[in-house]
Design a protein around this ligand. Structure first.
Ligand code: ADP
Length: 424
């Protein structure tokens, strides 16, 4: 029955009762008293039903009290609403439990933090990695429990685009990787991963490359030394040997350049986290670089556009090597009659150092992999120019070590522009 009909029939019933009471009272000569008694009885009935409802609600019993008419309908509806509500609640609770169980079971430490940085929840792995005990530490400020200064800086800067790598002091010593994402109303979800093994492997790889390059240098120096001596006395040599010896010397020199670049790369990798305290005059560096290259590439037009005299905190040697790699590539991969333009300027919130050429250009498909070691657009291009395939890898590492980004803009057959963008 719908509520309107229910209301009409209930009003009709009350009216009938009151009318009947009035009628009976009139018969016995006390119409008003009978009417008043019937009204009080109706009021008492309603109060009784209200009391039953109150008792039912406060005792939170399952089934509602039996009743008829409008009151029965009210009881049934309230009962249905209550049931729907409790079903929705238990469904929600089981979703929350499921999510918590899945977070709790992951091997990474997971910590939920509110907008004020207080712990809302953390899993078992967070206890193992950070010593957070849930639920004891609930409500505690994360900065009071994770005390490493690097973490404080990272957390307070609130720039979570890149993860934080941290070396712990305790025993056993660990390398941790922190990743934070924001959600809801300023809440944060923090994941912590133990990267000790990966770090050690990476360090072993770096050491291996560095050591091999270093060890190979001495025998190579002996070989190039003897080749130099032999070719220095060409007249006394069997002429059939001259060409092979010259080729050997060429390849030995190539190997020397390779080892030099590999050693330099391995030094850059090891220095990447170190802070740069030297104030480098970029304009001065570019003038010096231009004059150095103008000597070896005398026929080439190397233009300088210096629109800023801003100095950077950095490493002069590293920056010189990165920019000279870019300049060398621009000279190698563009025709002799085209200029190469080096510029230094401020744009928006950045300082931009760019090296632009009007040369071969690079197809867009190669750009994402261009800074990988030994990646070449095509081998014939590089073998003709005698490159080591490590130049752009060096540039990338120098950029990372200086907090800069390497951007490459290139159009095949038109030219390329390599930009080092330093944050202001
Ligand atoms: P390489 O020693 O071979 O020059 P790099 O790491 O410096 O090694 O460069 C990687 C590859 O990127 C090069 O082999 C070349 O194909 C391409 N490249 C680099 N700079 C330029 C440029 N300015 N114009 C066209 N191609 C370039």
């Amino acid at each position: 029955m719908n509520s309107k009909l229910n209301w009409i029939s209930e009003t009709r019933k009350i009216a009938l009762v009151l009318l009947a009471a009035w009628g009976m009272g009139w018969v016995v000569g006390h119409a008003f008293i009978a009417f008043a008694i019937a009204s009080v009885a109706l009021l008492a009935y309603s109060t009784l039903q209200l009391t039953r409802m109150h008792k039912w609600l406060s005792e939170a019993k399952d089934a509602p009290p039996e009743s008829v008419g409008l009151w029965g309908d009210v009881f049934d509806r309230m009962y249905n609403l209550q049931r729907q509500h409790s079903e929705a609640r238990s469904e929600l609770q089981s979703t929350v439990n499921y999510l918590r169980d899945s977070f709790a079971s992951i091997r990474d430490g997971a910590v939920m933090l509110n907008a004020a940085g207080a712990i809302e929840w953390s899993n078992h792995a967070a206890e193992n990695l950070l010593g957070l005990v849930y639920p004891n530490d609930r409500g505690q400020d994360i900065l009071n429990l994770v005390r490493a200064p690097e973490f404080h800086q990272y957390f307070l800067d609130a720039d979570f685009n890149a993860p934080l790598h941290l070396e712990t002091n305790g025993e056993p010593q660990r390398f941790l990787r922190f990743e934070i994402t924001c959600f809801g109303d300023g809440d944060r979800l923090m994941f912590v991963r133990d990267v000790t093994k990966i770090n050690r492997l990476e360090q072993t790889r770096k050491d291996f490359v560095g050591n091999v390059s270093h060890e190979l240098r001495t025998p190579l120096t002996v070989i190039t030394g003897y080749l130099g001596t032999l070719l220095g006395a060409q007249d006394t040599l069997d002429q059939k040997l001259v060409k092979p010896l010259q080729q050997m010397q060429q390849q030995a020199q190539r190997m020397e350049s390779l080892l030099k670049d590999l050693l330099w790369l391995s030094r850059l990798e090891n220095m990447e986290g170190a802070s740069k305290a030297e104030l480098v005059d970029i304009s001065g560096l570019l003038v010096e670089l231009r004059s150095d290259y103008q000597t070896s590439y005398s026929g080439r037009d190397i233009e300088l556009e210096l629109e800023s005299d801003h100095k950077l905190f950095g490493d002069h040697r590293e920056l010189y090597s990165a920019i000279s790699n870019l300049l060398l590539n621009a000279l190698k991969y563009s025709p002799d009659d085209r200029p190469v333009v080096i510029s230094w300027k401020q744009e928006g919130g950045e300082y931009l150092l760019s090296v632009a050429d009007q040369g071969l250009g690079i197809d867009a498909t190669h750009l994402p992999r261009l800074t990988e070691r030994f990646y070449r657009v095509d081998d014939s291009r590089s073998s003709a120019t005698g490159g080591t395939g490590l130049g752009l890898a060096i540039v990338k590492h120098v950029a990372a070590g200086h907090g800069a980004q390497l951007r490459i803009e290139s159009v095949l057959g038109v030219g390329s522009k390599f930009i080092l963008a330093f944050p202001a």
